[in-house]
Design a protein around this ligand. Structure first.
Ligand code: ADP
Ligand code: MG
Length: 480
């Protein structure tokens, strides 16, 4: 039986987080009352004039530089003419033959460690349409024009993606970068980042691409992967049952994990592109690019290198930390007060992240400063408190009293580890006499029981016994 391989290209629309729209001063606020953020410019009334939003161009340039692109020097906007209810102008202002960015690429790695380099066809700037709402009224479709004119960039890839996993890794990387650059919140549920997937299949080892299908409406990265996996299987099935894949646009049903036909692609649309006469070209100079470059934050790849090389973290820890910019920055602030990088990493990834998740907080809302976390680590490292007490008692106490020093709280709450021998011996004797059979089992060779004895001592000391010394003392006693 013929084996097939898939060919996938993605088109990702990214809403830029500017305060005002691409060509007017209307606000881009999300969630405002419908049709309250619409001036005659957004609606394209005759006689109105669009104006460039410098911030949008800056953000688009940043993204181009982050994705290794060449930046186009003379940029002309075009009009893409078509009629749609959510496009009141009858045309969309977009870049047609002079996309701002070309020749870029994105290195990716799937969860199984498969590495590849996805080439980009282009990134261009354009404006968003309004929004048709089909579920607000029983009989009619309603239209909200607030979104009309919001600045977008569209990232288009070459058909270099081969699997749903690679697409997942690619969109994840794009989302991470827009968040690092702070040009978009990357929220797919709210539609500020939208991904369309073009998918075709061909017999393995051949080079003529099959007919592609475009799938839309995936509202999460995992749904992008699910839609692609489903579509590949569906197309293979169509071919194996002797039929031809039809060129069409399909939607994705997230509940069933299936795609369904929306419209056939019979003819190539003629959008009658022509240069937008109301906007002068945007001229990009070397000095401009230099300036944008100097304003860009450090990107995750750079942080990853530093975390592995300078701090000696392993690849896994580094990549988990770097996934979220704010966690990575917080980690780095703690390193200014402590050299125990592995411990800092654990505190940020496990204890702090766990606390934030449980309380639905972001790290910007975290009340402890990096110095306090470094102090806790120092208290553990010097044997003043043990790790369990630090996590379960000191950390919550500090959160309840964020203005205190960890050291003060250790004293106030009497949390210091007890390595006083008579204190420990007393509890150990108590434990050993409470479990006479276990003691016999241990002596007849079941050495694994040592941990259970230590655990029992920890419990009875309310976590304050020094685990190392306790371990040693019990082993000595039982050896007698
Ligand atoms: P269209 O003219 O339909 O917009 P494009 O050639 O502009 O198509 O490509 C749109 C997207 O589809 C790009 O991401 C491209 O990489 C991808 N693509 C093109 N041909 C194929 C194919 N045969 N299979 C899968 N993806 C494809
Ligand atoms: Mg195209």
């Amino acid at each position: 039986m013929t084996e097939f391989e898939a060919v996938i290209g993605l088109e990702i629309h990214i809403q830029l987080q500017t305060k005002s729209k691409a060509f007017s001063s209307d606000s881009t606020e999300y969630g405002a009352l419908p049709n309250t953020l619409v001036s005659p410019v957004s609606l394209g009334h005759p006689g109105t004039l669009p104006k460039h939003n410098a911030k949008a161009v800056e953000m688009a340039t940043m993204m181009g530089l982050a994705l290794n692109c060449d930046i186009t020097r003379i940029n002309q906007y075009s009009r893409k003419n078509y009629f749609y209810a959510d496009l009141p102008k009858g045309y969309q202002i977009t870049q047609f033959n002079t996309p701002l960015c070309t020749n870029g690429f994105v290195p990716i790695q799937t969860k199984d460690g498969v590495k590849s380099k996805i080439r980009l066809t282009r990134i261009h700037m354009e404006e968003d349409t309004g929004k048709s709402m089909h579920d607000q009224d029983l009989y009619d479709t309603l239209v909200d024009y607030n979104r009309a004119g919001t600045p977008l960039i569209e990232v288009v890839t070459e058909p270099d993606i081969k699997t749903g996993d690679e697409a997942y890794a690619f969109v994840t990387e794009i989302r991470r970068l827009v968040r690092y650059l702070e040009i978009c919140d990357g929220n797919m549920e709210e539609g500020s980042l939208r991904c369309d997937a073009n998918i075709s299949v061909m017999p393995k080892g051949t080079s003529v691409y099959g007919t592609k299908v475009e799938v839309k409406n995936m509202n999460s990265i995992s749904n992008v992967k699910r839609a692609i996996d489903f579509e590949i299987a569906r197309q293979i099935n169509v071919i194996e049952s002797g039929n031809k894949v039809e060129g069409e646009t399909r939607g994705f049903n997230g509940l069933e994990g299936t795609t369904f036909s929306m419209r056939k692609k019979e003819a190539i649309n003629d959008y009658r592109y022509f240069p937008e006469p109301d906007l002068p070209p945007i001229i990009v100079t070397d000095a401009y690019i230099q300036n944008i470059r100097s304003k860009m934050p450090e990107l995750p790849a750079i942080l990853f290198d530093r975390f592995t090389n300078n701090y000696g973290l392993n690849d896994y820890d580094s990549s988990v930390l770097v996934d979220d910019k704010m966690s990575a920055l917080y980690f780095e602030q703690i390193t200014k007060h402590s050299n125990n990088y592995k411990a800092i990493c654990n505190w940020v990834m496990v204890t702090i992240r766990g606390y934030l998740n449980e309380n639905a907080l972001s790290i910007e809302q975290f009340s402890l400063n990096p110095h306090q976390i470094a102090e806790i680590i120092a208290l553990i490292d010097s044997g003043v408190i043990n790790h369990t007490i630090a996590n379960q008692k000191l950390f919550p106490a500090l959160i309840a009293n964020p203005s205190k020093h960890p050291k003060e709280l250790v004293e106030e709450l009497n949390l210091a580890t007890n390595s006083d021998l008579s204190f420990l011996n007393e509890i150990i004797d108590e434990v050993l006499s409470a479990f006479p059979e276990k003691v016999l089992e241990y002596k007849s060779g079941k050495q694994g029981l040592l941990g259970m004895f230590v655990g029992e001592v920890m419990k009875r000391s309310k976590g304050k016994a020094d685990p190392k010394i306790t371990n040693q003392l019990i082993a000595e006693k039982l050896a007698q």
